[in-house]
Design a protein around this ligand. Structure first.
Ligand code: PEP
Ligand code: MN
Length: 364
């Protein structure tokens, strides 16, 4: 079930924005020097609008660097004073929120592990009640769009309207090219369910490796997401967390230079006319596909009746194997994606068997 929450666009709290929202900064704030050196370099690039830095780090296993804690809030304040960048950090409990509100941190985000826990989210929401804070919610580690929405709703119910969702990928099963599986369909689902919610992408935590940052960022723009959060560090080789996925501010600039920003629509009338023409051809083809599918189903029914009269089973494994082999051969010849064709025929076959068993079981 979708929900149209009372959510403000990014331009409400960032009026000068005319490009996608860009957030960058270290995974973790490690020292005053590292914070300030990174912030100063980033501020030279006018495309960066928010400086991020982790202060309390949720680590999967104990024993790794868990952030500098409260002392780092001062460095964040200092970065804001000196560069004018907005600041943001992750909060994971009521005490973090209280400290950030006191220190004037502009943006708080709920991390992937916390979003997965409704108690934690509620505890954070309760402290934020009555404030006009900007809050971002990362997706939960598992691809559960309801849990993600639930966290956004908990915040909205206490009056938080400056909300943004962050897509940072999902824990993969088994081997995976990326550290976290992007599962773009979950993001598309969130967009459909909460159409007025700004969504940005965190390619750093999806990638796990800096070499993949560009392709993931471009994909986010291709899908029309509203911005990016990319981790950067003045010297990634010495980073105390997420070393392999951070880039220097100047490498970040090079990634941004290459990215093509896409817009929801174009005001070029020629583009609109061409798009309309192509879309009406697609509509025509879809209607033809459906008519052909209806004729196929008619024949499936006839076969069902015929099998019933002759006491033959609906499911014929050999025939099914042959169909799949043949259709995949054609898919390869026509340069069609094999997974698409396989899934499509699996669905068609499943429905054909369902129809035939229904015919057989009628008036039993
Ligand atoms: C982070 O932003 O550094 C972080 C820990 O992210 P996530 O919650 O996405 O793992
Ligand atoms: Mn990180």
């Amino acid at each position: 079930m979708g929900s149209l929450l009372d959510i403000r666009p990014i331009s409400h709290w960032l009026p000068n924005i005319d490009n996608p929202l860009l957030i960058s900064g270290p995974c973790s704030l490690e020292s005053e020097e590292q914070t300030m050196a990174t912030a100063r370099e980033l501020a030279k690039d006018k495309r960066v609008m928010v400086f991020r830095g982790g202060i309390w780090k949720p680590r999967t296993r104990p024993g790794s660097f868990e952030g500098m804690g409260t002392v780092a809030l001062k460095w964040l304040q200092q970065a804001k004073e000196e560069t004018g960048l907005l600041t943001g950090t992750e909060v994971a409990n009521a005490q973090h929120v209280e400290e950030c509100l006191k220190a004037g941190v502009d943006i708080l985000w709920i991390g992937a592990r916390s979003t997965a826990s409704p108690f934690v989210v509620q505890e954070i929401a309760d402290v934020l009640k009555g404030t006009d804070q900007i809050v971002m919610v990362k997706n939960p580690v598992n691809p559960d769009v309801q849990l993600w929405m639930g966290a956004l709703e908990r915040l909205n119910h206490v009056g938080i309207k400056n909300l943004v969702a962050i897509h940072r990928g999902f824990t993969p099963f088994g081997d995976s090219k990326y550290r976290n599986y992007p599962n773009w369909k979950t993001v598309i689902e969130l967009r459909q369910l909460m159409p007025n919610l700004p969504i940005i992408c965190d390619p750093s935590h999806i990638a796990g490796k800096r070499e993949y940052l560009f392709e993931i960022s471009q994909k986010a723009f291709d899908l029309g997401l509203d911005g990016l959060m990319l981790e950067s560090h003045i010297d990634p080789s010495c980073a105390l967390s997420d070393k392999d996925q951070q880039v220097t501010p100047s490498e970040l600039g090079k990634i941004l230079d290459k990215l093509v920003i896409r817009y929801a629509s174009s005001n070029d009338p020629q583009f609109e006319n061409m798009l309309d023409a192509l879309r009406s051809r697609i509509d025509g083809i879809d209607h033809e596909i459906m008519e052909i599918l209806a004729s196929r189903m008619e024949i499936v029914k006839q076969i069902g009746t015929y099998k019933k009269e002759n006491k033959v089973t609906a499911l014929q494994i050999n025939r099914w194997t042959q169909i799949m082999e043949d259709r995949l051969k054609i898919a390869r010849k026509l340069n069609l994606d094999e997974t698409l064709v396989k899934l499509m025929f699996q669905l068609i076959h499943e429905d054909s068997v369902r129809m035939q068993t229904e015919i057989m079981d009628n008036d039993l």
